[in-house]
Every structure is written in C-alpha cells, then in structure tokens.
Write a protein that binds this ligand. Sequence first.
Ligand code: FAD
Ligand code: MLT
Ligand code: ZN
Length: 462
Amino acid sequence: MPGDAPLLERLRAICGDAAVLTGGDMAAYATDWRGMFHGRPLCVLRPAGTEEVARCVAACAEAGTAIVPQGGNTGLAGGATPDESGTEVILALDRMTAIRRIDPVGMTVEVEAGTILQTVQDAVRNENRLLPISLAAEGSARIGGLIATNAGGVDVLRYGMTRALVLGLEVVLPDGQILSRLRHLRKDNAGYDLKQLFIGTEGTLGIVTAAVLRLVPLPRHRATALIAVPDIASAIALYARAQNEIGEALSAFELISGAGLDLISEHMGQTAPVHADWVLLIEAGSSLPGLREAAEKLLEAAFEEGWATDGVLAESGAQADALWQLRESLTEAEGKAGGAIKHDISVPIPGMDAFLQEAGAMLRDVAPEARLNVFGHLGDGNLHYNVMNVAKEDAARVNAALHDMVAAHHGSISAEHGLGQYRVAEWARLAGAVEHDLTHRIKDALDPAGLMNPGKVVPTRG
Ligand code: FAD
Ligand code: MLT
Ligand code: ZN
C-alpha cells in the first residue's frame, strides 16, 4: 500500500478490515468508565501484535494523526478518551492478550499489554506465585493500562506501585520504532533505565505492547480484619502499632467512612458487620505460621488502647473475601448514587488528620450542600476525597481549594490515578516552572509532533 493512500485504507491493510472499527462499533471505546468523558474518534484500531502496532503508529505519524492508546478503559482520569474532533485514532490493545512465559523460579511473568490483570493473577497463582497489583477494576484493567498509569491499589503498602514490579518493557515509539527491553532481570544498571519513561506517562510518550513483571511468593496464610475506630488519629496510631507488630506482613491498611458503608448498603445491598464513622480494612499475609496469633494480639492492643471500638477478624477465606467485597464496591456504589468529584490525594501520613479536618471545614464553607465519600489507602497516605452533591458552579472552587490545601500539606493531587485530561489543568496550575519546562522537554524529545495522546498529562502550551 503506497504511503499516500488515505489513512483508513492503510490501517485496514495493516490490521485487516475487521480490526478497524468505525461508526457505532466504536461506542464502547469512545466513553470512559464513569461516563464522564465522551470522545469522537476517527476509528478504533485493534492490532493483533507488536509489529502491527508499530506499522499503525508509523502510518498515523506520516499522516499527522494523533493516537489515544487504550487498555481496559477503566482509567479514572479520562486518559483513554479522545477529543471530539473526529480526527484522533484510538489504538486498543484488547486483542494482544498472550501470557508468553511464567518463570516461577526467577519469579517473573512476560505478558502482552492487552492481558487483563485478573487473567495474569490467576495464571501465576497456579504456580504458587502472586502478582501483587490488586484493585477493584482488576477484572477489566489491562497490563498496558496499569503500567501506563503506574496503578496503585490495595497492596502498595507492601509491594509498591506498578512501577516497582516492572522489570522489562516493549514499547512502540511515536515514530513507529520498537524499543525492546523485555528483560527478566532484577538488576540492570546498564545505562539509562529507559522503561521508566513509559511507566505512569499515560501513553503520551509511546505504546506499551508487552512487559515483564516481577512476582512474589503467594502467601499461604492471610489475616483480614474490619475494625471500627473512633477517629483518624486512632487509625494512625493503630497503623504505627501494626507496622511494629506485623511489619512486612502488612499488605493493606484501608479506610472506609460510615457514609461509604451506607452507600454500599443502599446501592449494592451489602451490609458491613461493623459500622462507625470510620472503619479500617486491614490485611496481612505470610508463608510462616503465627500470623493469626499476631493479628489477634494487635487487635487486643487496639481495644486496650481505645483505638478500636468494634471489629471482626475473618474466620475463613470466604469471610475475608466478603469484607473485601465491601471495599471493592465503593466506586460502583458512588457511581450509582450519582457520582462524585474525585480527588485522588496523598499527604504525609502524620498530617492526614489535620488535612481531613481542614478539608471538612473548607467544604462546609464553600459547598455546604456537599456529601462526602472518603475512602482509600490510608497506609499509603492516599485517600479518595470524593465530594458528592456539589452544584456545578461550585465544583471548580471546591477543586482549587482542596488542591491548594494538598499543596500546603506537601501532598500530591494525583496519588495513583494519573492526570489524564481530568487533572492536567490543576497540575499545570500548581507545578513549578522547572517541572513544566522539563516535562515539555521530555515530551518534545520523544514526541516532537505531539501525536501521542494529546491533551493528557502534558499541558497544552498556551
Ligand atoms: P485505560 O483506562 O484503558 O487507560 C489508562 C491510561 O493509560 C490512558 O491514558 C491510556 O491512553 C493509557 N494506556 C492504556 N494502555 C496503554 C498502553 N498499552 N500503552 C500506553 N498507554 C496506555 N487505579 C488505581 O491506581 N488504584 C485503584 O485502586 C483503582 N481502583 C479502581 C477501581 C475501579 C472500580 C475502577 C473503575 C478504576 C480503578 N482504578 C484504580 C483506575 C484504573 O483501573 C487504573 O488506572 C488502571 O491502571 C487502568 O487500566 P486500563 O487498562 O483500564 O487503562
Ligand atoms: C479505589 O481505591 O478503590 C480506587 O482508586 C477507585 C476510586 O477512587 O474510585
Ligand atoms: Zn484507590
């Protein structure tokens, strides 16, 4: 096919007619999970392998056409949704789903970028290994999307964010070249660690087509507890004790508000065995015996110190799963209740109590009609400070006031969801001149024509 043939014709020649969607077939790809961002793509491409991705990207580059990579389309920052110009191409990785190799001894797995997280988790579990990325969207989110957003989730406390688990990457660069660094190595200091450029950069510098991820041994024992706490200060005191008592076994230290439990009960029909203004969902895992005894001792201490007012320690795997089901229903329940302005904030843990008190006072002043659904990863200092029932005209003021407060607490306005198009303007408002400059220099160096996911992460120059 000559280089000057119309783009759609060239793309059909590369991927096959059935893999180039247009018209109504694009609907599921054109709107984000929350139904908040709606795009109008030129077409949706569904290439079958890395070579096809590379040829599609080269053809788009030649035509000056922008590309929006898409994985499971579960992102919460609008990063995978194109604009409404009708000129951008969505490149979906959902046909690239091979698990290429599991190495239970070297504890690695090599997968194509479109593989669903849960599929990889299940496959490595059969080998007694764990891929420790865990989030409520794991049945839909794909490996490339998780890497592109540097996803967090409920296991970060122990295992780090997705970045900490990426050993090797294969990436199609904005000009169609393939960078192949699929190394199964834990140690590799030979030159710049180029893969880091593509982790957490939301498809603005290239398209991840395959990855090598680090695995850990599957813990044989698990202790899961739902605990009511009188206040945030007690929750943090309990967190410090848990770090001392069960240390590296602690994998999750999650906070849910009573208002969140009410949403789950109202919209998902699930009732928590414990209810209070604040509850904690705590989990620890180990292959060594004695974990349950250590967890019981920790709970006893929590009651003695007055840090806990009620609680259950799961008696079985099924009961533990039921407790997790509550936590994992929060986002869906929030959506069913009409949605929220999501603030994915992090602050240093010792300042969290003061932050929440200041934020509450601000909200009573700026948007007294608002309802809160605050939950998240307290052990990571990352909460989802989600504000519901806010009048449209108050939203920008709420965002600005809250993010200013985050900045004053030396925190982040996007702890784990990325900026996408949802938070890019707020990042631009708060970031310093040097951050702006370096961000643009990196973008310009890798994607000088600005065709990779424009309008996301990197602010458009004014
Ligand atoms: P998509 O939504 O398809 O894309 C996300 C971004 O990555 C976009 O910018 C897209 O362009 C880019 N991208 C996708 N694939 C590629 C690729 N192959 N190469 C380059 N760029 C690519 N996130 C958390 O961090 N922690 C949580 O606990 C969490 N819980 C969630 C719970 C629910 C119910 C939902 C709906 C979402 C949750 N998320 C969470 C957000 C979301 O699941 C993650 O951001 C996830 O990593 C997105 O993966 P995806 O495959 O759906 O990516
Ligand atoms: C979570 O922690 O469950 C997610 O990040 C989803 C959300 O913020 O809604
Ligand atoms: Zn989260």
